[in-house]
Ligand binder design. Structure first.
Ligand SMILES: C[C@H](O)[C@H](O)[C@@H](O)[C@@H](O)C(=O)O
Ligand SMILES: [Mg+2]
Length: 394
């Protein structure tokens, strides 16, 4: 193959809601309905995550154009500040470089942003650039990203569903349902009882064998989590997800030892890089790691996180991120199933996660999916969704 070089990098924000910032929904949506969060303790921020700004960033689209005009793209949650970082800082490491210099570009992006990066927004942005590079390489080589990653280890993906209605997810063919936890510690014993009652009612609906999990979205304290898990055990809770804030590695280590036998502890969607995941692994914080490929450092970093986790005997089941996760999960033996985020407001039907931003986004049917072999990640930007190149470059 002729060595292609990167001609131009462009960063766009997206006016419409949804897309990579999937919490940015309008009107009623289960994903914004009294979900326990680290902010729930403050009156006025309890009912809606939008109220404290979960949707302030918006979607960032990074396009990378090769010198033959081929364009790859990646998306993440980073909006205008992310566009600024791409255009004013990271573009210098990309433009003129060979398209195949993915490792070197990643290293330069990471090292050059250490003084204000390491986690969070900057890693979201690095992830989007990395996804765009993989997409571009796949398009140039006319291969799906999963082939670039060494090829599929199984024929199809199987999914659990995240949403408020595991009973409907069961009817749609998913292997399990992960519900948001609705009441935090600030709601006291009554809130704890309400949480357990919801789980009990759902267990009644789905029967004994369907997986039920709770996503606690960083909202608990260890002592409360121990009591909640103890009560939930009677209803066969499979895992407790992200109960504590991401920096409390010590809390995760101790909590894992206090959970009922057989109940799993999962976390990692708000963790970044191999260094963050090394902490989780070395300290024995979780049974399943859940990096988000659009936030943890992209495919390049997820490869490292996954290899490290495998050596520790931990599973990696990436958080959300649709096709960007699927192309990775299908290539790894320690990623046995995938998450599907139910983005229908009532969690009652399967709709593409990144809608309306992407075209061709495949969704599970009967809880399963065979990945198409379309080049790159196999999706296109929807021309009906206006993109804005908000940050000018001289
Ligand atoms: C349902 C959860 O509160 C989040 O909205 C979701 O993004 C996430 O934590 C997940 O694991 O899917
Ligand atoms: Mg989660």
């Amino acid at each position: 193959m002729t060595e292609r070089r990167i001609a131009q990098v462009r960063a766009y924000t997206v006016g419409a809601g949804g897309g990579a910032d999937y919490h940015d929904q309008q009107g009623y949506h289960w994903i914004d309905d009294h979900i326990a969060t680290p902010m729930s303790r403050y009156p006025g921020y309890e009912q809606s995550r939008r109220s404290f700004g979960l949707n302030v960033l918006g979607t960032l689209v990074v396009q990378i154009e090769a010198d033959d005009g081929t364009v790859g793209f990646g998306v993440t949650t980073a909006g205008e500040p992310g566009a600024w970082i791409v255009e004013r800082h990271l573009a210098r490491f990309l433009e003129g470089a060979p398209v195949t210099a993915i490792e070197k570009i990643w290293d330069q992006m990471f090292r050059s942003t250490l003084f204000y990066g390491r986690k969070g927004l900057v890693l979201n942005v690095i992830s989007a650039v990395d996804l765009a590079l993989y997409d571009l390489l796949g398009r140039l080589r006319q291969e799906p990203v999963y082939a670039l990653l060494g090829g599929a280890v199984r024929d199809e993906l199987t999914f659990y569903a995240t949403g408020a209605r595991p009973d409907l997810a069961q009817q749609l063919g998913f292997i399990g349902g992960k519900m948001p936890l609705h009441h935090g510690p600030h709601e006291g014993e009554a809130g704890l009882r309400a949480n357990v009652a919801e789980l009990a009612a759902m267990r009644e609906k789905v029967g004994d064998d369907f997986w039920l999990m709770w996503d606690c979205w960083m909202s608990l304290e260890r002592e409360y989590a121990v009591r909640l898990a103890g009560a939930a055990n009677a209803y066969g809770l499979k895992w407790l997800e992200e109960p504590l804030i991401p920096d409390d590695y010590w809390g995760y280590r101790d909590l894992r030892r206090q959970l009922p036998p057989g109940m799993l502890l999962t976390t990692g969607e708000h963790e970044s890089t191999r260094y963050g995941f090394r902490m989780l692994l070395e300290m024995g914080c979780a049974d399943i790691l859940q990096p988000d490929v659009g936030w943890c450092g992209g495919i390049t970093e997820l490869i490292r996180i996954s290899a490290l986790a495998d050596a520790y005997g931990a599973l990696v089941v990436p958080h959300g991120s649709s096709v960007y996760s699927y192309h990775f999960v299908i290539t790894r033996t320690n990623s046995p199933f995938s998450e599907f985020l139910m983005m229908a407001p009532e969690a009652d039907e399967v709709v593409p996660m990144f809608q309306p931003l992407l075209l061709g986004e495949p969704v599970p049917v009967d809880g399963r999916l065979r990945l198409p072999d379309t080049p790159g990640f196999g999706v296109e930007l929807n021309p009906e969704v206006p993109l804005v190149r908000a940050v000018a470059r001289s």
